[in-house]
Design a protein around this ligand. Structure first.
Ligand SMILES: Nc1nc2c(ncn2[C@@H]2O[C@H](COP(=O)(O)OP(=O)(O)O)[C@@H](O)[C@H]2O)c(=O)[nH]1
Ligand SMILES: [Mg+2]
Length: 278
């Protein structure tokens, strides 16, 4: 059941919602990870809704909180380089594999770059995915520089005339300076050969407000063009997507709903809002 379902039923049933109805809704929105700022904005605006088309009015309010920027992944005749960033454990490597699967299914050729060189397991994980989805994975020797892997992968993708190069990165978030240095270095070496088309930030929906705080840091150090929100399966309450977009104005481009390569889909605004209301 969507987080607004009960509320819509109440607005439809009576001409005005009671004070305790508003309290219920507030508790529900906070519980759904909307955060205090967005919750009070939505309550404020909802109080102006008149009885007859409560659902339609609420739909418009929610829609107005989402980003109006394009949700399409970059396309074009030249190589499209997609950098995937985010905190460890959010689902970066899995999302790289899922995005590759999505693109391969759309008849695109894809090369993957394993630039998370800090853990050997991370490189192996991407190679295993590469074998499974039949795309080439470029990696370096153990402990090689992430930027040098990114450079090699770019060279290879250009050589192969690939449509996409997706680069997995490490998620070390010791401090902002480290992060900025490392992403900056990767960006500079890639851009010697080809521009970066997208920087996608991966956010784990189950981390709620903390995920939003992480997103803010990444958005400050690099030009994030889109989000992938993972782990929207299971117990994650979908309100976090709304909170992130309203806080950052960065469009969610894809959502992850499980651990397999097919558990991945473009983010569709109307379907998402339906999910919150129905
Ligand atoms: N349930 C669920 N698990 C996911 C999803 N995406 C990733 N995972 C799991 O989250 C864990 C961390 O993923 P990984 O891609 O290694 O994260 P990384 O450290 O950011 O590269 C793994 O166990 C994944 O299988 C998702 O959409 N749903
Ligand atoms: Mg990883």
């Amino acid at each position: 059941m969507g987080i607004f379902t009960k509320f819509v039923a109440k607005l439809k049933g009576e001409s005005t919602a009671s004070a305790s109805d508003w309290q219920d809704l507030e508790a529900e929105l906070l519980g759904a990870d909307l955060g205090p700022t967005l919750t009070s904005q939505i309550l404020e605006e909802s109080k102006k809704i008149k009885g007859d088309d409560a659902e339609g009015a609420l739909r418009e309010i929610l829609k107005s909180k989402l980003s109006k920027k394009s949700r399409e992944i970059a396309t074009g005749p030249a190589l499209q380089i997609v950098l995937v960033v985010g905190v460890n454990g959010t689902g970066k490597t899995t999302s790289v594999a899922k995005l590759a699967t999505h693109l391969v299914r759309a008849n695109m050729s894809v090369v993957l770059g394993a630039a998370d060189t800090f853990r050997a397991a991370a490189v192996d994980q991407l190679k295993t995915w590469g074998t499974r989805i039949k795309v080439e994975v470029i990696s370096g020797n153990e402990k090689s520089e992430p930027a040098s892997v990114a450079f090699d992968a770019t060279k290879k993708a250009i050589e192969l005339k690939s449509n996409y190069l997706i680069i997995d990165t490490a998620g070390r978030l010791h401090n902002k300076t480290d992060l900025m240095d490392e992403l900056g270095k990767i960006k500079r070496v890639i851009e010697k050969s080809s521009p970066i088309a997208e920087t996608l930030l991966v956010i784990d929906a189950t981390t709620g407000q903390n995920g939003i705080a992480q997103a803010k840091i990444f958005a400050e150090v690099t030009d994030v063009t889109g989000l992938i929100v993972t782990k929207l399966d299971g117990s994650a309450r979908g309100g976090v997507a709304l909170a992130i977009e309203s806080a950052l104005d960065i469009p969610i481009k894809f959502v992850g709903t499980g651990e397999s390569q097919g558990d991945f889909a473009p983010f569709v605004t109307d379907m998402y809002i339906d999910g919150l209301l129905k």
